[in-house]
Design a protein around this ligand. Structure first.
Ligand SMILES: Cc1ncc(COP(=O)(O)O)c(C=O)c1O
Length: 394
């Protein structure tokens, strides 16, 4: 029988991808062939989820909490999140402002779908986490990149941000600590950005998913410091702070009419987030902070090891990232084609990393390395990189 194929929706051509998952699949395929690969590509803590959170999930399952919940989340979790955000950001939100989703990524997608019309412009840092651009383009909006430059420790140049605003600009995306560079916004940046936002009547998505991972100073929350509640959507979740990437628990905090729209999108797609996962999230948000502090201390040691090792490799420069668990070395002196270099590292060096340009064109000439891996593996990866780059240069 002749195979029949049907045309995909035109909108599929506008959907992007996420290189971390693509490279992970390639690295796994090489491992299946017997190759020894060090994984520095995927952005997830390598620690186990803390025991008290797993125990809460087990208790929930034992109590048969295995049915649907309201689309926007259980009242218990939404009120826990509201209290948590009020405590950690000095905000004054209630459950009507909170929507729960299976991971922060679907929350980003739902917020963009709920707010952007075709032709609306959305300012996105470049480089950036790929989902913002992908979904904005998917809905027909126009992503406007504003560069985050190494010379400014990957923070916005305020004048470049202002220059990117047009009468069609509806929204601005902030992400601090930042994926992929590890850059952080200072309190002064935040005040200046908030002025621009107010003056130009913009909405802001403040993606603060890495807020537990700030190393040299306390975390400065846009939402807490300047996030005007009527024009800011906070994105956060359990994935990165409590090593819960596979549980799928994220949330958004926003004006209640936007929360209703986002809840309607959740209802029409995934129905709700798994009940026992929501119960476990309450344990995460209200439980002991020791496990997060232990992960933080370990990440800090690894960051320092990786940055000093990278700075030792001829041809590589590397800023000290203030947050998240990524470093973003400049490897343009080895090869300005970061994708080719990342491929060579994987194929010939057995180290999986991401090319910086997969996060935007200003990422060209950089690599993203995640240090969610053991110190031994980081040392081994550094020596493989050093050896490969020496061969590559000759
Ligand atoms: C900046 C940023 N936002 C959101 C997410 C999504 O997190 P989640 O695993 O909760 O969907 C990620 C994941 O890598 C991220 O880097």
């Amino acid at each position: 029988m002749q195979a029949t194929t049907f045309a995909l929706a035109d909108s599929m051509r506008r959907l992007g991808t996420e290189s971390a998952f693509v490279v992970l699949a390639r690295a796994k395929a090489l491992e299946a062939q017997g190759r020894d690969i060090i994984h520095l590509e995927i952005g997830e803590p390598d620690f186990n989820t803390p025991e008290h959170i797993k125990e809460a999930a087990l208790r929930s399952l034992a109590a048969n909490r295995t049915h649907y919940t309201p689309a926007s989340g259980t009242l218990e979790l939404r009120s826990t999140i509201a209290e948590y955000v009020n405590r950690t950001r000095g905000a004054n939100v209630g459950i009507e402002n909170v929507v729960v989703s299976p991971g922060a990524k679907p929350m980003i997608a739902c917020v963009l779908m709920a707010l952007l019309n075709p032709g609306d412009e959305i300012i996105i840092p470049d480089p950036a986490y790929p989902a913002y651009r992908s979904i904005a383009t998917y809905v027909g909006a126009v992503p406007v990149p504003v560069p985050l430059l190494e010379a400014r420790d990957f923070r916005f140049e305020i004048s470049a941000l202002e220059a990117a605003i047009t009468p069609r600009t509806k929204m601005l995306v902030l992400n601090s600590p930042h994926n992929p560079t590890g850059g952080i916004l200072t309190p002064q940046d935040i005040v200046q950005i908030a002025d621009i936002v107010r003056k130009n009547d913009l909405l802001v998505i403040s993606d603060e998913i890495y807020n537990s991972h700030c190393y040299d100073c306390d975390f400065s929350s846009y939402y807490g410091l300047a996030g005007l509640p009527e024009r800011t959507i906070l994105i956060d979740g359990c994935s990165k702070a409590w090593a819960m990437t596979g549980w799928r628990l994220g949330y958004g905090v926003m004006p209640s009419y936007i929360a209703d729209a986002v809840g309607a999108l959740i209802l029409n797609t995934v129905s709700c987030t798994a009940t026992f996962v929501q119960d476990a999230a309450i344990a995460a948000l209200t439980g002991p902070t020791g496990p997060v502090e232990a992960m933080h201390a370990e990440f800090l040691r690894r960051r320092d090891l990786l940055v000093s090792g990278l700075r030792d490799i001829p041809g590589v420069t590397c800023r000290m990232p203030g947050g998240a668990f990524y470093v973003f070395p400049n490897t343009s002196a080895i090869d300005s084609d970061d994708i080719a270099l990342a491929n060579a590292l994987l194929d010939d060096g057995g180290v999986a990393v991401l090319g910086g340009s997969t996060f935007g064109r200003y990422g060209r000439g950089y690599l993203r390395l995640s240090y969610a891996n053991s110190e031994d593996n980081l040392r081994a990866a550094l020596s493989r990189m050093k050896a490969l780059f020496a061969r590559y240069r000759n």
